[in-house]
Design a protein around this ligand. Structure first.
Ligand SMILES: NC(=O)c1ccc[n+]([C@@H]2O[C@H](COP(=O)([O-])OP(=O)(O)OC[C@H]3O[C@@H](n4cnc5c(N)ncnc54)[C@H](O)[C@@H]3O)[C@@H](O)[C@H]2O)c1
Length: 406
């Protein structure tokens, strides 16, 4: 049994409180200290977790009880606090974006590489069981993603005009503050970072940017579109993902994915795979630290010989007699906060495991640098009205795209 690591939170706002609650019962981690210049917030959150409160994050670095710093400040401070904590010998669980500039993201990655400490960046989608299952199913049934689309009609109900979210110098802008989640998820699902990005921003009458859209061209002719608008009431929020695999389509509901419907045309081997999926749901959904809730599972319906076997697509001969319908479910609409919290818990579990010598983290400096680089390219593309080729120096594709090698 490895020793319990002490956690110090830099930032006791909305998400700091959510994160502290999400990791509260994670073995191997214990909240010890909370730092926030807003003393009342720090004191309240610290009291809720039996921890001590302070007003400056530097105090966490000098605190021997703190082994891990969680960086939950507004984005413009992430790089500075992360670099400070790594340099002081702390592990770091950093909120996204890891930095608001590519130069800072590179500096974070370089510091992490030489620090001997672990850095997990809280790209919660990497710890979502449903997306992980879809990655596995690519090799078993779906084939590679040919087109990716994410539509995000998000809420601004808790984002008054003076919120730091709207100030690009503080938040990095929508592509960096929120878009990084989905540039990173596209990287996970497609397997590569895009080589070219174009983008458009739309503004309110007062000039505030509240709607952005990017089109990203990945190797192998894979096109990804990312649209994010922040103008809805909470109850009117809607998100939709669509993954086109050529012979299969996946539709995912929720920005925190809760359900996915797969429609695939396949051959005999694919049909056999589909029959076996419900019995393998727990294994396909496994993300260490993420506990599945009631109602989670996979259903499969196979319509055998639903069409003539021979077909053609993308200039290739195909054999696709069987039609498969899959439903992947983590819970109903009410499960969003539970799945969200479990994903944050899994990110923290990843850090604790890596700090004890376990496997490399799923969402570390490499993934964060890639997402930040693409998000920054989208920001610049919208501002400059031209296509940008992201500077992918120091960015590696996470796995080769089969389309590319064909
Ligand atoms: N991973 C996710 O899904 C997710 C979701 C929501 C928010 N976030 C991220 O979490 C971070 C915080 O967001 P929030 O919604 O909690 O914002 P918030 O404004 O509610 O809280 C930020 C807190 O940071 C404090 N702070 C400011 N300067 C500080 C400093 N120098 N040292 C310590 N604390 C300082 C503020 O006083 C405030 O209490 C943001 O970076 C945001 O992008 C991530």
């Amino acid at each position: 049994m490895t020793r319990t690591l002490g956690l110090g939170l830099a930032g006791a706002g909305r998400f700091g409180a959510f994160l502290a609650a999400a990791v509260a019962d994670l073995p191997g981690l214990q909240v010890q200290a909370v730092a926030d210049p807003d003393q009342a917030r720090a004191t309240e959150l610290a009291a809720a977790h039996g921890a001590t409160a302070t007003t400056t994050w530097q105090d966490l670095l000098a605190d021997d009880r703190v082994d891990v710093v969680a960086v939950v400040t507004p984005p413009h401070l992430h790089a500075e606090v992360t670099i400070g904590a790594l340099t002081a010998g702390k592990h770091v669980l950093a909120e996204k974006p890891v930095a608001t500039t590519v130069a800072d993201a590179r500096e974070v990655a370089a510091t992490a590489a030489t620090s001997g400490r672990q850095l997990v960046v809280d790209h919660v989608l990497r710890y979502n069981p449903l997306l992980q299952a879809l990655v596995t199913l690519q090799t078993e049934l779906l084939g590679p993603v040919q087109r990716f689309a994410f539509e995000n009609d998000a809420s601004d109900e808790h984002l008054p005009p003076d919120h730091w979210f709207w100030d690009e110098a503080t938040s990095g802008g929508i592509f960096l503050e929120h878009g990084v989640h989905f540039f990173d998820a596209a990287h996970l699902l497609i397997g590569t970072a895009p080589r070219a990005v174009s983008a458009t921003a739309a503004h309110r009458a007062d000039g505030t940017t509240d709607l952005v859209s990017a089109t990203a061209l990945h190797p192998g002719g894979v096109l990804a579109t990312h649209t994010h608008g922040f103008s809805h009431a909470d109850r009117c929020e809607r998100q939709a993902w669509r993954l086109d695999h050529g012979t299969a389509e996946v539709r995912v509901e929720g920005w925190i994915p809760l359900r996915a419907r797969v429609e695939a045309w396949t051959d005999d081997a694919g049909a056999e795979t589909a029959y076996g999926l419900p019995g393998r749901a727990a294994a396909l959904f496994e993300v260490p630290g993420h506990r599945l809730g009631p109602g989670s599972g996979i259903t499969a319906v196979v319509h055998r010989d639903a069409g003539a076997p021979a077909a053609r697509g993308r200039g290739r001969d195909l054999v696709l007699p069987h039609r498969v319908i899959l439903e992947l479910v983590l819970g109903d609409d009410g499960a969003k906060l539970r799945v969200y919290a479990e994903s944050v818990r899994a990110a923290a579990a990843d850090l604790v495991s890596a700090a004890a010598g376990g496997p490399p983290v799923r969402s570390g400096p490499a993934q964060a640098l890639a997402a930040t680089t693409v998000a920054d390219a989208a920001r610049r593309a919208a501002a400059e009205g031209r296509q940008i080729r992201p500077d992918l120096r120091n960015v590696t594709d996470h796995r080769p795209t089969p389309l590319e090698t064909r």
